[in-house]
Design a binder for this molecule. Sequence first.
Ligand code: MLT
Length: 292
Amino acid sequence: MTDEPEPPAPRLVSLDDGRGMAVRSAGSGIPVVLLHGFPLDHAMWRRQWALVAPGGRLAGVARLLVPDFVGFGASPGEPAASIAAMAEDVATLLRRESIDSAVICGLSMGGYVCQHLAAAHRGLLRAAVLVDTKLEGDTPEARAAREDLAARVGRVGTRIAAEAMVPKLLSRGPGAALDDPSSGSPGRAAVEQDLRRTIEGTAVATITTALAALADRPDMTAAAATFDVPTLLVVGADDEITPPACLESAARTIPRSELAVLRGCGHMTPLEDPRAFNAVLARFVEHLPSRR
Ligand code: MLT
């Protein structure tokens, strides 16, 4: 795939307490905020810029904003200590950008943040897109595994996090979109290398703090049952981290939701099958009800 636009350069937006959030933005129209997963950064959305580039399906319809959570990617400073605090950072970012309401789209950890925004700042959401994520909190086993990973990252370094996570992020099934050039994917080796580089380049303190935040996050099922904005749920059919059952259950819980299961994708649907993901996202944004 060679027609991929370069991501825009980041701007550093100051948050209330002097920390900064790097944000990349392009396009014009409905703000659509793309929140990255753990332990990644803006680069996982690199194949969505084509949506707002000239000739893209959302050109003139949407403005994409892609931040790095504090401590990740190009955002310097201490990472937020909880998913709720990460949501407050996004709310502050939107205020700083004079955005009253936006489509908030988050993958996995970004999806947890989106749920907290929906619960705490309902008016900020024009719509929600929850990608490869879940409503439930961690089981005791999952919490213990995060503690173990944090301890190993502290001892050995971020290479351990990359080794633990990269194999689980992508579909390994026959028919994986990554192995099919018509999906728009650049191929498995390139995607794996990029993911490894991002994870290894993330600060140890960011990874360990975020692991604790992920482990402590509450179950959002009861809150999600009261969400009242259009909600698109997307999951890779081969997602090992948040399997389709998680999103099927979310679809039964969230009142105005619709579910898209993308074949041949694991946990990284926007990267693994950008063509299919972008089509589903574009259709959702194009058909949003007009604002009351
Ligand atoms: C992510 O992709 O953000 C993480 O897998 C989230 C998690 O571990 O719960």
